[in-house]
Design a protein around this ligand. Structure first.
Ligand code: UTP
Length: 475
């Protein structure tokens, strides 16, 4: 039987985590090996610091008296140094030159949604029931076809989602994307700690309760997995970052990319106008030429309520987690991958009690530590903020049915509303209560749709506009 390495014992003792060995004597050889491997992969000094201080790395201190609204390209084009047409042209040629790739993050555990598979497998299509993964792959395929290029997809998973996601893509032949364009890579993990005692939780006698290290883990994982090197070899210069849980996320939109390029920004982020001062979204702000995202809970209320002379909110920009990254900026940022701050998220985490019984808590009991990708923003030179219309860019799937916001039902309604508006622009009416969904492969946008449908038609039953056919639904 293997015995516990001396140094590991010492680390656990110093970080007050010896309870993790409470079932050691009863473990089989293979279980001991697995536990030692897990424990040795953890930075115990970091965990001890986080448990005490709550935040690690080099979180930037912000002086709130210096807060300004961010440098932005507003949706009305006001104050811009270039036109929308110039942005579209610049973005289009970068895509046609084969310099863009997509990074989609899908490593989250999706605890709020309560779906029993990775969130990307959620059947979000309001008529088609196509999954989030399928819809994004459809959009990549349609973009490749429109511009005559190959767009690589780097898909991030975690221990929580990797096996099922990989099997899902393989079983479905990558949904028609050429295999060599898809890389599925795994992010790191962090132990969850008891919210009161700061002690790490066990998931079983021989394993810790681990959770993904946040979407900020993307940077280190892109490097570790060789994706950054692969992108460089393929001549990629710009990475579109999207999260799997926003089916309206604009993937490789030439206009958004064009703004990013014309402003020479190292990282550009898409935002929507906040609907009210204390809305629960990250506030995108600027402090001395640097763009920051401040969580809603951290922005002082008097600042959140400030208005300009025209009555608009001064701090108007809400984060929707859609970014463009300059590849060289990401490479330079690798030096920072281990110093991005950790944020605390208090969540429900099942754990073994001291008698070895599995407890499924009814209320949040544990702290998970997560890095956020947007903490790279203040380090980006000439970072730009681009305003989008939420109706065609933001429909997050976060909460289980019945919640007031961010449910799958609301996202489906937003998809139908958007596609109904495209049809209306093309002169096609849709009867009240009828659901319509347009596959990206049928039309990527309203202009393309207008070339494919006949005006003056009225749609009276649910319909999915698929790649070359329109399929009425039996629902
Ligand atoms: P959220 O922060 O909303 O988390 O992720 P979540 O896991 O989807 O849901 P909850 O909080 O457990 O209910 C936003 C996006 O970031 C990805 C998610 O997959 C989602 O696309 N993400 C989040 C990661 O890829 N890794 C992480 O560690 C966390």
């Amino acid at each position: 039987m293997i015995s516990l390495p001396e140094l590991l014992h010492q680390n656990l003792k110093e970080s007050n985590q010896l309870h993790l060995l409470q079932f050691w004597d009863a473990l089989q050889e293979n279980e001991r090996v697995a536990l030692v491997e897990q424990l040795q992969a953890i930075d115990w000094k970091l965990v001890a610091n986080l448990a005490v201080q709550g935040c690690g790395g080099s979180a930037m201190q912000i002086d709130f008296t210096e807060l300004e609204p961010p440098r932005a390209f507003r949706s009305d084009g006001g104050d811009a140094e270039w036109t929308i047409k110039e942005a579209v042209d610049a973005g289009t040629s970068a895509i046609k030159d084969g310099t863009v790739a997509v990074v989609m993050v899908a490593g989250g555990q999706g605890t709020r949604l309560g779906f029993e598979h990775p969130k990307g497998m959620y059947p979000i299509g309001p008529v088609s029931s196509r999954t989030l993964f399928q819809i994004f792959v459809d959009r990549i395929k349609a973009t490749c076809a429109r511009y005559g290029v190959a767009i690589p997809l780097y898909l991030m998973t975690s221990d929580a989602t990797h096996i099922e996601t990989t099997e899902y893509f393989e079983a479905n032949h990558f949904f028609g994307l050429p295999r060599e364009l898809v890389t599925i890579f795994k992010q790191g993990t962090m132990p969850a700690v008891d919210a009161e005692s700061g002690k790490c939780l066990l998931a079983s006698p021989s394993s810790l309760a681990l959770s993904p290290d946040g979407h900020g883990g993307t940077l280190a994982a892109l490097h570790r997995s060789g994706c950054l090197g692969d992108a460089e070899q393929r001549g990629i210069q710009h990475l579109a970052y999207i999260q799997v849980d926003n089916p309206l996320a604009q993937l490789c939109d030439p206009t958004f990319l064009g703004h990013h390029l014309l402003s020479k920004s190292q990282m550009t982020t898409q935002v929507v106008k906040k609907r009210y001062p204390l809305e629960r979204v990250g506030n995108v702000v600027q402090v001395r030429e640097r763009v920051h995202i401040i969580e809603y809970s951290d922005l002082p209320e008097d600042l959140a309520n400030q208005r300009q002379t025209d009555g608009q909110l001064r701090f108007w920009a809400g984060n929707i987690a859609v970014h463009w990254f300059d590849l060289n900026f990401l490479k330079k940022s690798l030096l920072r991958a281990d110093t991005l701050p950790f944020h605390r998220a208090v969540k429900k985490v099942p754990y073994l009690d001291s008698h070895g019984r599995l407890v499924k808590p009814a209320a949040p009991n544990a702290v998970k530590f997560e890095r956020f990708i947007f903490d790279l923003l203040p380090h980006a030179k000439d970072a730009l903020v681009v305003e989008a219309d939420p109706r065609d860019s933001f429909a997050p799937v976060k909460n289980a049915a019945g919640a007031e916001t961010d449910t799958a039902e609301l996202a489906q309604a937003a998809m139908c509303d958007l596609h109904r508006s495209w049809l209306a622009d093309a002169g096609v009416a849709v009867s009240e209560g009828v659901k319509v969904e347009i596959s990206p492969q049928f039309a990527l946008d309203a202009l393309e749709l207008a070339t494919k449908v006949s005006p003056r038609e009225t749609i009276t039953e649910h319909r999915f506009f698929d790649v070359d056919r329109c399929i009425p639904s039996n629902d």
